[in-house]
Design a protein around this ligand. Structure first.
Ligand SMILES: *[C@@H]1O[C@H](CO)[C@@H](O)[C@H](O)[C@H]1NC(C)=O
Ligand SMILES: *[C@@H]1O[C@H](CO)[C@@H](O)[C@H](O)[C@H]1NC(C)=O
Ligand SMILES: *[C@@H]1O[C@H](CO)[C@@H](O)[C@H](O)[C@H]1NC(C)=O
Ligand SMILES: *[C@@H]1O[C@H](CO)[C@@H](O)[C@H](O)[C@H]1NC(C)=O
Ligand SMILES: *[C@@H]1O[C@H](CO)[C@@H](O)[C@H](O)[C@H]1NC(C)=O
Ligand SMILES: *[C@@H]1O[C@H](CO)[C@@H](O)[C@H](O)[C@H]1NC(C)=O
Ligand SMILES: *[C@@H]1O[C@H](CO)[C@@H](O)[C@H](O)[C@H]1NC(C)=O
Ligand SMILES: *[C@@H]1O[C@H](CO)[C@@H](O)[C@H](O)[C@H]1NC(C)=O
Length: 907
């Protein structure tokens, strides 16, 4: 959930950065936008249209001037914008289209040898996701295109794309005209995923020049049809009868309809259009009743009758639409039935397919990933269409591959997990460190290349990557056991683990014919047990992090998922000590049987023994999964007395057996404190190892801090302090109150859980069987661990310091961006006692001294040098004081003591 919020943030941010466009206030009254490409000043033309320079709408390209002779013979210097052929990617104008659902877009391209090279360029242009037209200035210079385009966003990208050896794309004008919504839609055509490219627009029977604005309110250009036989022309009816155009959505200008081509001597009146290119073409024919009679005729297209006995009533206007598919030329013929067939105007459009857009989740996820790189890939608009973004590969509108090698990514950003259709993910040599994370949702992933990084931990379970075929992890710093779950991937045929720091026995599940496992260059890694003994070496402790997968990927109510999903409470030290102790004792006592141990523990600190049947009933047959990790899954359960519990079912990774499990339960049950999540009981039957914990319905601190905005607002400074004090009490108990001392090893916001009253508890976790396992999460992990390979109480203090910084700043540490010193930016401010970095939602509601105290203790807790950090007891004392100060401040603000129960003073 916190990731979602994080995503929203970046999305907004990206929006501001990338897609913010000037409002169309520059457009004139009709909503026209007329850009003089490469121009430097605004002007009003002969038709009273205002032209402005294009620089606000485009961010690339070079500008030049060329001498241009208009059709009328007048010569002028006009500006041009050209884009160097060598420039990669799309060169785009982002056109504002806020108020329209349909627009006319008209670019005009001019070369006229502006560069003196006499090489007119060829290139192509796109609108939105569609490849709209090829431009070849050799065959025509200038070249004008016109598109009628449906819009559903605030901006419409218009881009020029160079082709190999095609020369530099160039443009001189770009016009945008809003059209009425329903125009050009008919029973044979709608703008769903299609649009129109104009091929012909003819003002039939008119031999003057082109007509446009202001005669046409939408500024379409109606060409005269002088190219057609003058013998058939008739334009003598234009003043005879007024026409009622009010029911024609396309609103052709009356001036256009008041002239017509009328059949004279011959039997048929025909227009023949050469279309150059095979495609689907849409014809719009306009008929105006400008004759004192009502002629009837058959209408044929390429010989087929489209309409028989079509009648044009005097002084009425009608429109006929039809589409012809897969044609290269179109012959429209009117065959006489009665009187004189006539035609007033014709529009012929090519149908252009508009590819689907990528899902917004995909686009946002990629934008966030780009933010992590500190590079600018020029990722804008759609990742797949009209061309693929750099580093991205698609199938249709679905992103299926992402190749980000040889750059600095630092960590696998959470949004990789949103690219659900990825088949190939190549992150080799991207400085990734820490654990492999955030990929569990990629069920289509076939090739995963994480080689040549600094990854240290396998992270979570791989069992969800069901399509995985190739997993390349060579040349990392991986430690710890190779996950057994890799063996369950049926399609996996290559697992490259070469050159890591792996040591120990490979899971037998990987020992199969269909799978090639490469292991050279590790400390000692094989299927035989010869490497096992070495794994006892404590200097090779392995960081291991449990990653839980949210149950509802898109849900908002992931409450308390975390209970029990979190691993690691009892430190390696403790387990080793006690295990050694028990082992010795067992030796002395001739090893008690499990059943005897079971009897012995019936009275342990109220930890109840459940039967497997009871567990099944409580969890409704394991129906409601609330989390899972490398250890197994966690289910919501309800005990017969109505108490909700989190039921963690583990698989026994080490096959140490029941005795070992019971020993752990014993240890767990001994550690009880009001600020530690308590173990309710366990089950050890049917080869299942099940732990039953208290369920905390308030969610984690992370959920509350980074969940929906409303949640965060309820976390005022006093509440945050109360939570900090509670958690510190729990940790202080582990460090100082329990015997022996315990290091938590995985303190973080998502590991601080809240009950209904917002009391905080630190979860008690399963003691892993693997006694050398070290927990820890990137961003919270003691930087000294990297050199000493050891965690101490001061490591917990460090992690807790990061939590305090999160409470102050209201933002996540960099668990995604990876560097251990994420909060270095905040530290100087806090040490200086200034509050620029404080969470905005706390503004004006905290006592300055209280904030200063917490800032100072947080800053010293995250000192790199462990000896400079305070103890948990000292942290707790400072927090209590800060909390009291804040309460006093609130009381003085309120004018009298009225403190809610959640804000009662600490004792
Ligand atoms: C969109 O329409 C609204 C109301 O008609 C108008 O106030 C606004 O200026 C228009 N925006 C643009 C960009 O034309
Ligand atoms: C041109 O537009 C201006 C307002 O912008 C108007 O006053 C003027 O009458 C228009 N001229 C013509 C010829 O339409
Ligand atoms: C295009 O502009 C860039 C920088 O604005 C300049 O370095 C380059 O020389 C220009 N190229 C041409 C062909 O004018
Ligand atoms: C452009 O048109 C010219 C002449 O019409 C032709 O020779 C050339 O091959 C065309 N270029 C492309 C890229 O189609
Ligand atoms: C366009 O939409 C229709 C149905 O609305 C669909 O059948 C067709 O495949 C779509 N075409 C493209 C190119 O997406
Ligand atoms: C034009 O035709 C519409 C219906 O098509 C009618 O409602 C309207 O009154 C007519 N206008 C005139 C001026 O005749
Ligand atoms: C167009 O079609 C008509 C009848 O279908 C035919 O008589 C005429 O010759 C055709 N014109 C051309 C140029 O093909
Ligand atoms: C054509 O239509 C008109 C009016 O709709 C009708 O009067 C005439 O009889 C029709 N002619 C033929 C040949 O169908």
């Amino acid at each position: 959930m916190e990731f979602r919020c994080f995503l929203c943030f970046w999305v907004c941010f990206c929006f501001l950065l990338g897609f913010g466009v000037p409002r169309l206030s520059v457009a004139d009254r009709q909503g026209f936008l007329s850009l003089s490409c490469g121009g430097s000043s605004s002007f009003v033309d002969a038709s009273n249209i205002s032209w402005i320079p294009d620089s606000t709408y485009v961010s690339s390209g070079n500008v030049t001037m060329v001498n241009f002779i208009e059709e009328g013979g007048s010569s002028s210097q006009i500006p041009l914008r050209f884009f160097l052929e060598s420039q990669e990617g799309r060169q785009c104008y982002r056109l504002p289209v806020q108020n329209a659902s349909l627009v006319l877009v008209r670019p005009r391209f001019i070369y006229k040898n502006y560069d003196g090279l006499n090489k007119p360029p060829s290139f192509w242009v796109s609108l939105g996701t569609a490849s709209a037209a090829n431009i070849n200035l050799t065959s025509s210079d200038p070249w004008v295109e016109e598109f009628i385009w449906p819009v559903n966003k605030d901006t419409l990208p218009f881009c020029l794309h160079s082709i190999l050896d095609g020369g530099n794309p160039v443009i001189s004008q770009l016009e945008v005209r809003p059209l009425p919504g329903g125009a050009y839609t008919s029973s044979s055509w709608e703008f769903s995923n299609k649009s129109l490219r104009k091929r012909f627009r003819i003002n039939c029977g008119y031999s003057g020049g082109p007509l446009r604005y202001p005669l046409d309110p939408y500024d379409r250009i109606w060409d005269a049809d002088q190219k057609f036989s003058p013998a058939q022309l008739s334009s003598g009816f234009n003043n005879q009868l007024p026409l009622n155009l009010s029911n024609i959505q396309e609103s052709p200008p009356a001036a256009v309809l008041q002239s017509a081509r009328v059949l004279a001597r011959k039997n048929i009146l025909s227009y023949n259009f050469q279309l150059d290119k095979t495609g689907d073409y849409y014809a719009v024919l306009y008929f105006g009743g400008i004759l004192p009679v009502s002629p009837s005729f058959d209408i044929l297209a390429n010989g087929d009758v489209v309409r028989s006995n079509y009648t044009v009533k005097s002084s009425e206007v009608s429109v006929l639409f039809f589409i012809r598919k897969g044609i290269t030329s179109l012959n429209i013929t009117l065959r006489n039935v009665s009187f004189y067939p006539l035609m007033n105007a014709i529009e012929i459009y090519e149908s252009v397919d508009i590819p689907l857009e990528c899902s917004t989740t995909t686009v946002s996820a990629l934008q966030v990933i780009q933010q992590y790189t500190d590079l600018d890939f020029g990722w804008q608009d759609d990742p797949c269409s009209p061309t693929w973004w750099k580093h991205v590969g698609c199938e249709g509108s679905i992103v299926t591959s992402l190749v980000l090698s040889d750059m600095n990514l630092r960590a696998i950003s959470p949004t990789f997990g949103d690219l659900l259709d990825l088949k190939t993910l190549d992150l080799h040599n991207t400085s990734l460190a820490g654990e492999i994370q955030n990929l569990a949702s990629l069920q289509e992933l076939e090739t995963l290349n994480l080689s040549f990084n600094k990854l240290t931990s396998f992270g979570s379970d791989f069992s969800t990557l069901v399509s995985l075929q190739i997993l390349d992890l060579q040349n990392n710093s991986l430690e710890g056991p190779v996950p057994d779950s890799l063996g369950s991937l049926k399609n996996l045929h290559l697992l490259n683990l070469e050159n890591n720091k792996l040591r120990g026995t490979l899971p037998q599940s990987l020992n199969k014919e269909s799978l090639e496992v490469r292991t050279s260059g590790n400390l000692c890694l094989s299927f035989s047990s010869r490497c096992t003994d070495l794994s006892e070496n404590p200097s090779l402790q392995t960081p291991e992090v449990t990653v839980f997968t949210p149950k509802h990927r898109h849900g908002h109510s992931r409450k308390a998922v975390l209970v029990g999903t979190i691993a690691g409470a009892l430190c390696a030290l403790l387990v080793i000590t006690v295990a050694v102790f028990m082992y010795k004792r067992r030796k002395e006592d001739e090893v008690p049987s499990s059943s005897r141990t079971l009897t012995e523990i019936r009275n342990w600190n109220a930890a109840k023994i459940f039967s497997y049947k009871e567990i099944k009933v409580a969890t409704n047959n394991f129906k409601d999964v609330i989390g899972h990790g490398s250890f197994g899954s966690v289910y919501l359960g309800k005990l017969p007395d109505g108490k909700l519990v989190a039921v963690k079912v583990r698989f026994d990774r080490t096959q140490l057996g029941a005795d070992s499990f019971i020993n752990e339960v014993y240890l767990l049950s001994q550690v009880r404190h009001q600020n530690l999540v308590s173990l309710e009981g366990f089950c050890c039957e049917s080869k299942q190892q099940i732990l039953v914990y208290e369920y905390l319905p308030g969610g984690s601190l992370a959920d509350n801090l980074y969940g929906s905005n409303s949640k965060r607002v309820t976390l005022n400074w006093a509440r945050r302090l109360k939570i900090a004090v509670d958690a510190a009490k729990g940790l202080d108990y582990l460090h100082n109150g329990s015997n022996p001392r315990i290091i938590h090893r995985d303190v973080k916001c998502s590991n601080i859980l809240l009950d209904m009253e917002m009391n905080a508890k630190v979860p008690h976790t399963d003691v892993s069987h693997v006694t050398t396992v070290v927990k820890g999460t990137a961003g919270y992990l003691d930087p000294e661990y990297f050199s000493t390979q050891q965690l101490t109480e001061k490591s917990d203090v460090y992690s807790f310091g990061v939590v305090l910084l999160e409470l102050i700043c209201g933002r996540e540490p960099l668990s995604h961006s990876g560097s251990p010193d994420s909060y270095n930016l905040a530290k100087p401010y806090l040490q200086a006692g200034t509050f620029e970095v404080v969470d905005k939602s706390l503004k004006g509601s905290f006592d300055v001294e209280s904030m200063r105290k917490v800032g100072s203790i947080a800053a010293s807790s995250v000192e790199r040098d462990a000896s400079q950090r305070p103890t948990m007891g000292e942290v707790l004392a400072e927090l209590k004081e800060a909390y009291s100060i804040q309460l006093a401040y609130l009381a003085s603000q309120a004018g009298h003591m009225r403190i809610s129960s959640a804000e009662s003073p600490v004792h």
